[in-house]
Every structure is written in C-alpha cells, then in structure tokens.
Design a binder for this molecule. Structure first.
Ligand code: ZN
Length: 278
C-alpha cells in the first residue's frame, strides 16, 4: 500500500514539474482543419476569405493549381502573392479531371516533375501538402507522391487514427519518416457543381458532419471552394460554421502545424481525447 501511495505522490509531483517547466497539456474532443481548394490567383475573393479566417483566428490552407498559375497573365505578381499566403498546398498539376487517378505511371512522374519546377520557380520551395483534384488518386500515384517526399496527402482516404478509431501514442516521428500523414476530407460546402449558381450543401448537414466528427473524435477536414463561396455571397455561411464549431471543445490547426505536432511528439489520442502539449 505504502509503495502505491508513494507512486501516486511521485506522479502528482511529476505532473506539477511539467507545468513548472513551462509545458502544459490541453485536451480536445476533435481537431479541425480548413482546406480551401482551387486557388489560381490572389483576388479580392481570396483576400476576403483570408480576412474572415484572420478575424476568427482560425488557420486555413489554400490548395493551388500549378498550371493555372503558370497560364496567368500576371505570373510573377501572382507568385509573390501566393508566397505571402499563410499556408499553401499543391492541388494536382492542371486539375484536368481526376488526373492523379487516371494518369499512367510515367504521366504522374511527369506531373510531379512539373509541380517541382513550378514550386521552385514560383513558390521558392515546394509545399509539403498535396491535395489531388476531386480527392481522387490511384495507388501508383500514392507511391510516387510518397517517394517525392510530401508530408501530408489530403484526399478521400481516412486512416484509422484520423477517425479516432485507434489510440495514437507519442513517438510518431518514425511513422512520419516512412509515409505522409493522410488526412481525408470530412465535409464539403458545395453539394452540386453543375448548377448555375452551384448548389451549397444544406447548412444543417454540414453541422451534422461536424457533430459526427466531434462524437467520433475525428480530425475534421472541412473543405471549401472560395470562388463559389464568395461569388455567391455565402461568406456568412462560413462565419456561421466557424462560430458553430467554436461552441465545441475543438482545436483549430493547419496541416503544417499538425505535422509539426507529430514530429515534435506533442500530440496523442488516448481513446477519448486529443491531448496536445503546449
Ligand atoms: Zn479542386
């Protein structure tokens, strides 16, 4: 009995020591990442979207279509503006249908080469995050993207740890060395693309997607398309969603920060909560 009591007391002291050392831990029911797709230029709509996220103090990652930027008339100016965005990802090469699902091996290699050249020239370095167009990719595309060193792939596949189905221990550095984190889409704002204007998903369905993620302790990847959102004056829809999410005990982060948390061994999932070291 005495040995147990001593262990308990030692545990309490250890807990206090971590606090004294300036580190603390916070627990959350879910983690939320916003992904904004189909960025080809930095226009008024994109700036307005950025200011909504800034005002809300919530990160957002913009996924860029390289060939559309290359075709733009103000190429170098656009590149400069893209480099100034808070967080960027690569969204395929030309977004020509499901190009990372239906292209042959050598075509995918060629696309990755073009992405690398574009990234060096325009972005002064390649982003670590890859978002295949239409969330679709083949297994050969996955192999080639792994080999080319992307740290995150955000498509339709969700791994068990994203959905809160398995506990995530600390010490995941090794995992990161072997493969990218796969963080699949959880919810999308647009429902139908082929109407004019595009049809947005019913707000209550988007809320339910999020509620389900909170219940399942999922890392919730919320996808939006700023052009459709801003052209159709739906920014209040986004603000309403962020406010709705803030009522829950969730941690807003970016793909980049999440990778860092894994790399620094500062995140774990204990079966009930995501625990983040600060
Ligand atoms: Zn897209």
């Amino acid at each position: 009995m005495r040995a147990i009591s001593i262990l308990v007391i030692a545990g309490i002291f250890l807990g206090s020591l971590t606090l004294i050392g300036g580190e603390s831990e916070e627990s959350y029911d879910s983690i939320v990442i916003f992904r904004n797709d189909d960025v080809t230029t930095v226009d008024r709509g994109l700036r307005d979207l950025e200011s909504i996220f800034e005002k809300e103090n919530v990160p957002v990652t913009h996924s860029i279509i390289p060939s559309k930027v290359e075709d733009s008339q103000n190429y170098s100016e656009t590149c400069g503006e893209l480099r100034n965005l808070s967080s960027i990802a690569i969204h395929g090469y030309n977004h020509d249908g499901q190009e990372f699902k239906y292209s042959k091996w050598d075509e995918i290699e060629e696309k990755i080469l073009r992405i690398d050249n574009f990234s060096e020239e325009c972005l002064h370095g390649r982003p670590d995050i890859f978002v295949p167009p239409h969330n679709a990719m083949s297994s050969s595309a996955r192999i080639l993207l792994n080999e080319s060193g992307f740290e995150v792939i955000s498509a339709d596949r969700k791994m068990a740890w994203q959905t809160g189905s398995v506990t995530v221990r600390e010490n995941r550095t090794e995992f990161l060395e072997e493969r990218p984190l796969e963080l699949g889409q959880s919810s999308m704002l647009v429902d139908h693309w082929y109407t004019e204007p595009v049809q947005f998903e019913n707000f209550s369905n988007i809320q339910s997607d999020f509620d389900q993620s909170v219940e399942d302790n999922e890392i919730h990847v919320q996808v939006l398309h700023y052009k459709a959102l801003m052209e159709n004056n739906k920014s209040e829809k986004l603000e309403g969603l962020i406010e709705y999410m803030k009522e829950e005990d969730v941690y807003f982060t970016s793909f980049g920060e999440l990778v860092e948390l894994f790399a620094e061994d500062s995140i774990r999932f204990d079966g009930d909560n995501w625990v983040i070291k600060k």
